[in-house]
Write a protein that binds this ligand. Structure first.
Ligand code: FPP
Length: 238
């Protein structure tokens, strides 16, 4: 079956928060005899189009997995290319202002190069008042690490074991104050979460698609949204 639809479902059936694991850039490049970096470049072009589509149809939060804490294991050339793409992306804040989009970066930022950290700080501050959509970029992000840093914060604050609640820990995660993702999409035919939003995905609907991320279009997103709209979410009830 063709994993595409020309229209999104009605607004009341849409998720409030979509997470996307942008996978398949390397395979896309390899299939064309190109270096992997070209796959990431093609993938980064898709990001803007998908965000604009989310905004247009009325999805208020999107989180995209750009760089995991495990991605440092890749060759230095590829890591540098990914960080350069992010630099380039963050330097284009006029687009965010024009779209009234708020940008947040989720992840362990200290190990990142200083200029990139500074660009992140500036981009988050400049877009803080924007209200049409919140775009989270998961960067040097790992779900287990995020939970660990949340637990450390609770301990530093002197919270006692019996005071610890799900709510208190949620408030110390990078996504504090945001709704959990209703839908997580992983393109490229891989069937795993790869340390993405582990805590927040407790009740997320998961959708795995066969398209590679650089080929992902708004019509693929519409298909995913129709699949989501048909699911019956019970959150452990009947
Ligand atoms: C996985 O594909 C993708 C990544 C590790 C990086 C995703 C990053 C981008 C699309 C660009 C930067 C992001 C922004 C926001 C500008 P893969 O390399 O694992 O693909 P493969 O499984 O086919 O090898």
């Amino acid at each position: 079956m063709e994993e595409k639809r020309s229209q999104a479902p009605a607004r009341e059936l849409l998720p409030r928060h979509i997470g996307i694991i942008m996978d398949g850039n390397g395979r896309w490049a390899k299939a064309r005899g190109l270096p992997r970096e070209m796959g990431h470049q093609a993938g980064s072009k898709v990001v803007g189009e998908i965000i604009r589509h989310c905004k247009k149809i009325g999805v208020p939060y999107i989180t995209i997995y750009a760089f995991s804490t495990e991605n440092w294991k890749r060759p230095a050339k590829e890591v540098d290319a990914l960080l350069d793409l992010l630099r380039h992306y963050l330097s284009n804040m006029e687009e965010y202002q024009k779209e009234n989009a708020r940008l947040r970066v989720l992840g362990h930022l200290e190990p990142l190069p200083r200029d990139l950290r500074e660009s992140i700080r500036r981009a988050e501050a400049e877009s803080a008042g924007n209200t049409a959509i919140t775009v989270n970029i998961a960067l040097n992000y790992g779900g287990r690490g995020e939970i660990i840093q949340g637990v450390r914060r609770l301990l530093e604050e002197g919270v006692s074991p019996e005071e610890v609640t799900e709510e208190l820990l949620s408030q110390r995660l990078y996504t504090a104050g945001m709704p959990d993702p209703d839908l997580i999409i992983r393109p490229s035919g891989e069937y795993r979460l790869s340390n993405f939003l582990l805590w927040q995905s407790a009740y997320s609907e998961l959708l795995f698609m066969n398209v590679l991320w650089p080929d992902f279009t708004p019509e693929h997103l519409n298909y995913a949204l129709h699949q989501y709209a048909r699911r019956s979410r019970r959150f452990g009830g009947i």
